[in-house]
Design a protein around this ligand. Structure first.
Ligand code: NAP
Length: 322
């Protein structure tokens, strides 16, 4: 039986955590690439990637991993991408596509662009899918299924290279949309970055309260707090970088949020039940819209099937992780 045609001959992954290892698993499952070569910053992660058999080859350096690769994807924190681009620039094969998975796109183009030779195609990407878990063990092949992947090609990007990367992500199960990097950053600031900031804040506030003991916070966490704790468990390095890299858009959304919470505060203070009720009716309709377009399940606790793992071990993906 003949092997299915692959989109790229050699995929190089720089960083093999949740996202990098999910790409490796999905690309293999879908025969999207001929071979996978990977590297990670620490010897421990490289060892684990080899043990898990996530790549055909695991190499030590960023310069070595990109040699001969026709698709290179950086799966590392946003703040590290500029330095890595500088390192790999001279070693990239002519005609290769260079991409990333960072949760902020304007800073990626600003930080990586200047180091990439004109002979390669730079097509930044952001798969809007994730969990609060990190590392090569956390990934799974189905992570991107029915999730969005947003491509933000800079002006003048090669249309064929963009279309090929679009096909790659569709093969991994994602729905793909293309938009300008600054628009991406504004949209994600409200759908992902601000919700994470609120979760980090509320969990910290609860922890600092003197008159509510930690055990009571845990015991009654089903009252809404539990979902915030899950989001607030997301990787500290990744999220530090997101807020530093998307400062302007996050501050813009935070300003709007503060205005709106002041209005709700006033309604509570004034006993204005009509205003509160009208607001909650509007937000319930938004939630229904998200369920209707298949971006979340109406079930109280969302978790997609994860072949091969007992339910208790399942990572819990959520709709607009980042
Ligand atoms: P992760 O599981 O923590 O893995 C991060 C990887 O990056 C590891 O291989 C780590 O190497 C490497 N790394 C960390 N700091 C580095 C540095 N300074 N230089 C080089 N490599 C470094 O993270 P992840 O969740 O896969 O996230 C990776 C990227 O995906 C981030 O840019 C994030 O914004 C984006 N993203 C994340 C999600 C999500 O929900 N998690 C969703 C969409 C997009 P070691 O293990 O050796 O330290």
């Amino acid at each position: 039986m003949s092997k299915p045609a692959t989109l790229y001959n050699r995929l190089a992954l720089i960083g093999v955590g949740l996202i990098g290892s999910s790409i490796a698993r999905a690309a293999r499952a879908q025969c999207a690439v001929g071979s996978i070569v990977a590297t990670a910053r620490s010897p421990q992660t490289r060892k684990r990637v080899a043990e898990l058999g996530l790549a055909d080859q695991v190499v030590e350096t960023n310069a070595a991993v990109v040699e001969g690769a026709d698709l290179v994807i950086l799966c590392i924190p946003v703040g590290a991408c500029g330095a890595v681009a500088k390192e790999i620039g001279p070693h990239l094969a002519a005609g290769a596509t260079v991409s990333d998975v960072g949760s902020v796109k304007g800073s990626i183009i600003r930080d990586m662009g200047p180091y990439l030779p004109k002979t390669v195609h730079f097509v930044p990407a952001h798969p809007v899918a994730g969990t609060e878990y990190s590392g090569p063990d956390a990934g799974f092949a189905e992570l991107f299924v029915n999730r969005w992947c947003i491509l933000t090609p800079p002006d003048g990007a090669d249309a064929k290279a963009v279309e090929k990367l679009n096909a790659f992500w569709r093969l991994l199960g994602a729905n793909v949309e293309t938009m300008a990097a600054d628009h991406h950053d504004l949209v994600l600031a409200i759908t992902s970055h601000l919700p994470h900031l609120i979760a980090y804040t509320i969990v910290g506030t609860a922890d600092e309260m003197q008159n509510v003991t930690r055990s009571e916070v845990l015991k009654f966490s089903a009252g809404g707090f539990r979902d915030f704790t899950r989001i607030a468990a997301s990787d500290p390095t990744m999220w530090r970088d997101v807020f530093l890299a998307n400062k302007d858009a996050v501050l813009e959304m935070l300003g709007r949020f503060n205005e709106d919470i002041s209005l709700l505060t006033k309604a509570i203070r004034n006993g204005d039940g009509k205003a509160l009720f009208a607001h909650f009716v509007r937000t319930r309709a938004i939630r229904q819209g998200i369920v209707d377009i298949g971006q979340d399940s109406p079930a109280p606790d969302f978790g997609r099937p994860h072949p091969g793992l007992p339910h208790s071990a399942l990572p819990k993906p959520y709709a607009s992780d980042d």
